[in-house]
Design a protein. Structure first.
Length: 124
């Protein structure tokens, strides 16, 4: 009886740890840029992830609520996604990369094969 309880407890704890790890690696949801000026919601779009502006502190800039700014983001490893990033300020699309680190998400948009990149940090 004790062995059965210990086995069940171990199974439940293992499942809880596994569930936490899965959620920690999941980018889906709302992220706020570190300066607090914009929020982006990441969700599935086909076999990839996309991110659309869900809130703006100011409507004066080029970005608009509902505008997709990340698209075709596919996982390249456990914490990294690659795809495309759109910059509303200049109207250009860049190669994009996202790296998840705990409760922070770093996004980068690059040109010239990754020689010039701009990185933004997001928090949940």
């Amino acid at each position: 009886m004790v062995k059965l309880r210990t086995g069940v407890l171990g199974l439940l704890l293992g499942a809880a740890v596994g569930a936490t790890e899965v959620r920690a690696e999941d980018v889906q949801g709302v992220w706020t840029r570190d300066d607090g000026a914009v929020k982006v919601e990441f969700s599935s779009c086909g076999d990839a992830l996309c991110g659309a502006v869900s809130w703006l502190r100011s409507a004066k800039g080029a970005a608009k609520v509902g505008q997709r700014v990340f698209f075709d983001m596919v996982r390249s490893d456990q914490i990294t996604w690659v795809g495309k990033a759109f910059n509303p300020d200049d109207g250009r699309t860049y190669s994009g990369k996202m790296v998840l680190s705990g409760k922070k998400l770093k996004t980068s948009g690059c040109v010239m094969g990754g020689l010039i990149c701009k990185t933004v940090v997001w928090v949940r």
